[in-house]
Design a binder for this molecule. Sequence first.
Ligand SMILES: *Cc1c(COP(=O)(O)O)cnc(C)c1O
Length: 413
Amino acid sequence: MSDRTKGIARVALPADARLDTLAVREGLPPSAWGENSEALFLTSSFVHPDAATAAARFANEEEAFVYSRFSNPTVTMMERRLAALEGTTGCIATASGMAAIMLLVMGLLKAGDHVICSRSVFGSTIKLLQGEFGKFGVQTTFVSQTEVGEWQAALQPNTKLLFAETPSNPLTEVCDIAALAEIAHGAGAVLAVDNCFCSPALQRPAEYGADYIIHSGTKYLDGQGRVIAGAICGPADQIEQKFVPVMRSAGMSLSPFNAWVVLKGLETLSIRMREQSARALQLAQWLEAQPQVERVYYPGLPSHPQHALAMRQQGGSGGAVVSFIVRGEGAAAGRVNAFAVIDHTQICSITANLGDTKTTITHPASTSHGRLSEEQRLAAGITQGMIRVAVGLDDLEDLKADLHRGLRGLATI
Ligand SMILES: *Cc1c(COP(=O)(O)O)cnc(C)c1O
């Protein structure tokens, strides 16, 4: 809810309403018809009572809905609700998670500016920063997800933005948000955190000093794999000054329909995240005990290198994504074995998406990270034997049986 809708009425709620209540009620007051479920405003423009009012609204002298590229009641409801969950005063919704990152960079940076970004972020984020924004003279240095010293050492006088994503995909490496915020602020830069994997139900980066929080609403916020959506959360005045003007001219706006779907998804976010994470922990513990599994990557396990940090930062939860490596001598055997496990599943969806109630299974080395060379992949720790499972709401025993079907045929040494 940026300043552009400040003058637009709020839902009548007690000032101290808690998070679970805000998740189902924050937004806009009902329309003249008193609907209990939020309306879907499929309209491109809004009419004005007279020409003078139209002029005042176009000049930003009066807050009102004007045109859905700028703002729309359904989109505003989603923005207000997501901001409440992230604990920020503002939010601006975008057409996709990548559009949110594009808007972030367009709003904050200019040619000659420098970005420091984790090497372990979403592949398209790397391509966008290095490739697209590189073309426009924004330079990016990629550093370790976990070594804070590398971020400090990469600072330049023109560094304006630090960009992190935690936990990372598929290795679930966790970075220290508070430490990165301190480095950014010490250098007069800002920190943006892609909070896709945990969502505000588990991790609220603003509490650790992050200035902007990036979302792919496509994942847990919708939670049922239906729409593409994104958002930036942050201080309302900054969103108003830096991002709203870019949105108005560049138009990476979220469609009201997709906003409505995400708005409904936010109502069950907390319950879904808690339940999917609880099942993921149990699945991770079970995988760790399987003789055909070489290693399990899950922040909720004490064997995870950043377990203590993750538990602190993620509200005691490991999230719902578990990765593991099946045994097998060498890359070729690793791949054959990983494919065998994936192909023996009868329940898991073989897809690279995540954040769905349907559990998904993927082979990162040949899909999400298939465009990297084998050397780059190994440097990133992604081997041919690795499988990623994004745990949904399928029955846990069914999931174990689904993975066991393929695992039991593999050698245990
Ligand atoms: C999927 C994803 C994105 C991109 O989101 P889209 O909605 O697909 O554009 C960005 N960051 C992370 C961590 C993601 O998983």
